[in-house]
Design a protein around this ligand. Structure first.
Ligand SMILES: Nc1nc2c(c(=O)[nH]1)N=C([C@H](O)[C@H](O)COP(=O)(O)OP(=O)(O)OP(=O)(O)O)CN2
Ligand code: ZN
Length: 152
C-alpha cells in the first residue's frame, strides 16, 4: 500500500463565537487542505495512471468539486451563530457555508473528511481509501481527521 497526498488551498472567513480571545471576531484564513489517499500502485503499462495510486489531478478534481470551490471565498458560519447568519443573509448572493458545528480547524477537517470519503469511494471503489484530511488554519495550526478504523 502507498499513501499519496494532494495539497489544495482556499481562502475563507469564519469566527469562533465563544472563543475567549481574538477568534470570536470575524476574520479569515488561507486554509491549506491536504488529502491523503491509500491504495495500490497501478501496474498497467501504457495506461495514463501506470505507476500511480491515483492521478493527482483526479484528487484535485474531486476536492475542488466537493470542498475547495464551495468553500473558497465563502464565510463559514455555524448554524447556531444567528447574529452572523442573519447579517450574511441580509447580503443578497453572499457566499455562505452553514455548518452544524462551530467552524474550528478540527470540525472543518472532519466535515471535509466526511464529504470526501464517500465521494472517492463512489468514484473509485473500496480499493482506494481516504486515509486522512489535514486542514491548516494557519501555517502553525492544523487538525487531522482520519479513518476511525485506522490501526497503528
Ligand atoms: N484547537 C483550536 N484552537 C484554535 C482554533 C481552532 O480551530 N482549533 N482556532 C483559532 C482561531 O480561529 C485562529 O485562527 C488561530 O489563532 P492563533 O492561535 O492566534 O493562530 P495564529 O497563527 O494567528 O497565531 P500566531 O501566534 O500568530 O502563530 C484559535 N484557536
Ligand atoms: Zn480563525
Amino acid at each position: 500500500m502507498i499513501r499519496i497526498t494532494r495539497k489544495m488551498e482556499f481562502d475563507a472567513g469564519h469566527r469562533i463565537p465563544d472563543h475567549r480571545s481574538q477568534c470570536r471576531n470575524l476574520h479569515g484564513h488561507r486554509y491549506v487542505l491536504e488529502i491523503t489517499l491509500e491504495g495500490e500502485v497501478h501496474d498497467a503499462p501504457g495506461q495514463s495512471d501506470n505507476g500511480m495510486v491515483l492521478d493527482f489531478s483526479d484528487i484535485k478534481a474531486i476536492a475542488r468539486e466537493k470542498i475547495v470551490d464551495p468553500w473558497d471565498h465563502a464565510f463559514l458560519v455555524c448554524q447556531s451563530d444567528t447574529a452572523v447568519l442573519e447579517f450574511l443573509k441580509s447580503m443578497p448572493g453572499h457566499k455562505t457555508v452553514v455548518t452544524t458545528k462551530v467552524p474550528t480547524a478540527e470540525n472543518l477537517a472532519q466535515l471535509a473528511f466526511d464529504v470526501l470519503a464517500p465521494a472517492f469511494t463512489q468514484r473509485y471503489g473500496k480499493d482506494l481509501v481516504l486515509h486522512r484530511v489535514r486542514l491548516y488554519e494557519t501555517p502553525n495550526c492544523w487538525a487531522d481527521a482520519t479513518r476511525e478504523t485506522e490501526s497503528c
